[in-house]
Design a protein around this ligand. Structure first.
Ligand SMILES: C[S@@+](CC[C@H](N)C(=O)[O-])C[C@H]1O[C@@H](n2cnc3c(N)ncnc32)[C@H](O)[C@@H]1O
Length: 244
């Protein structure tokens, strides 16, 4: 795993949470503040989908609730650097994330980049057409006993108009997140998502019997995540499903 250059700090917080107190909960907070209080190397994986710094997003050009989502580029780069450094400290560099195509350059060089192909996606790209893929930046390989047959993952985005998540501008597909969790974590692992949104990572963790820590700044999205979690049950026998 590549070492990320960073300032020598043991977290900037004046206190640290006891992990047992913060797992399997949705925390309505600014992750830059909350993460300062999570101890070094206390989670097994950070799996996340940070805000893309886009004015509007998705097929219907939807806008986030808060007004914080489009920053001047200089500030956005600083934001990327800040959250990534904290995530790196907390997970020991075990990070898998979907930064959005044009933001790949704001992060350190990953171990590998997977391609998520979403053939039916209809959001616009900057090339005058439709955006049908997303990079998944991996700062680690698959967990012990797992392998990815290909570095190309095909999962459609067709079912996102159902369920509570339809009230979030850009929920990720549950099947994709489940797949990543199964490939990059073990059954008793703890997974942090500092940009939880509608709660997809938390729902997938609960289904698969993993512990999660979810952080989301927008109260309306925290409520959606809580509602989804209340309707989720842990599967007794999880079997890794290979995607196409
Ligand atoms: C791309 S969306 C994540 C969507 C999520 N993967 C899902 O499936 O619903 C990014 C989320 O980060 C949240 N966010 C933005 N800045 C934040 C911050 N500083 N702390 C915590 N959450 C933040 C936004 O409100 C938004 O819901």
């Amino acid at each position: 795993m590549q070492e990320m250059p960073r300032q020598e700090t043991k977290g900037q917080g004046d206190f640290f949470y006891n992990i047992e107190d913060i797992i399997n909960k949705v925390h309505c907070a600014d992750c830059l503040e909350f993460m300062k209080h999570i101890p070094d190397k206390s989670v097994d994986l950070v799996l996340t989908d940070p805000p893309y710094n886009a004015k509007n997003i998705g097929p219907n050009q939807r806008i986030y609730e808060g007004s914080i989502m489009q920053l001047p580029l200089k500030d956005y780069k600083k934001f990327c650097n800040q959250w990534f450094q904290e995530a790196y400290r907390i997970s020991g560099g075990s990070i898998v994330m979907t930064p959005g195509i044009s933001n790949v350059c704001f992060y350190p060089q990953p171990f590998w980049i997977l391609c998520w192909h979403k053939p039916t996606a209809v959001s616009f790209n900057r090339m005058g057409g439709y955006n049908a893929w997303e990079p998944i930046m991996c700062y680690r390989g698959p967990t012990k006993g797992q392998r990815l047959g290909q570095d190309y993952i095909k999962v459609n985005t067709l079912n996102l108009t159902k369920g509570a998540e339809k009230n979030h501008p850009c929920p990720k597909v549950l099947g994709l997140i489940r797949y990543l969790i199964e490939k990059f974590s073990g059954p008793t692992d703890t997974i942090l998502d500092p940009f939880l949104g509608s709660g997809t990572t938390a729902v997938a963790c609960k289904e698969l019997g993993r512990n999660f820590i979810g952080i989301e700044i927008e109260p309306k999205y925290c409520e959606i995540a809580e509602r989804r979690l209340a309707n989720t049950i842990t599967e007794m026998f999880c079997k890794t499903k290979e995607l196409e």
